[in-house]
Design a protein around this ligand. Structure first.
Ligand code: SF4
Ligand code: SF4
Length: 172
């Protein structure tokens, strides 16, 4: 599977993935910048939640998460099919999520349920709310740019490999 080969590919072809790595680093810095503000609201809202959304099914790392962590040289937590999808997330502990925000699957940062969103709107001044939304948009744009850079680098590497194979065929 491509997701299993990604860390090795990015490490061995580091210079080809320089733009991917730059975007990943930028996204990571932005995620950590906005994290205290998100946590200010989750601390007030999630504590009263009757249906906590931190379920095992949300703990899976998708392709974008795998590229992000691999580009940062970080390990990617594997799947844990032995845990029921509807069970509490494997990263949840008594004080909440045990992972630093930028190490969580990205969905955990962009998902806002209605009560949480309402709380953010109520508790933020209009300029603070605009700034909050701008940072979220910037994170999303940066993650999209990271994916685009990754796909471009991967296509370039594939083209070089195909050319090398064609040259070998001609040689024989
Ligand atoms: S984000 Fe919303 S649904 Fe999830 S735990 Fe907090 S209040 Fe509940
Ligand atoms: S990784 Fe953390 S934030 Fe995401 S679902 Fe699990 S406990 Fe919740």
């Amino acid at each position: 599977m491509i997701t299993q080969r990604l860390p090795h590919l990015i490490v061995t072809r580091g210079s080809d993935f320089a733009a991917t790595q730059r975007s990943a680093a930028e996204a990571m810095a932005l995620i950590e910048t906005i994290s205290p503000e998100i946590e200010r609201h989750t601390a007030a809202v999630c504590i009263r939640c009757p249906a906590v959304c931190c379920l095992q099914k949300h703990s899976r790392y998708d392709l974008s998460d795998t590229i992000f962590l691999s580009a940062m040289g970080l390990p990617v937590p594997g799947d844990t099919p032995e845990i029921e999808e509807s069970a509490p997330c494997r990263f949840l502990d008594a004080s909440g999520c045990s992972l630093k925000r930028s190490l969580r699957p990205f969905r955990c940062t962009w998902f806002f349920c209605s009560p949480l969103l309402d709380h953010i709107v109520e508790q933020s001044s209009p300029p603070a709310y605009r700034e909050f939304m701008r940072t979220l948009e910037k994170i999303t744009e940066t993650r999209i740019a990271m994916m685009r850079h990754f796909e471009e680098a991967e296509a370039k590497i594939s083209a070089v490999c195909l050319q090398a194979q064609a040259n070998n065929l001609l040689f024989y």
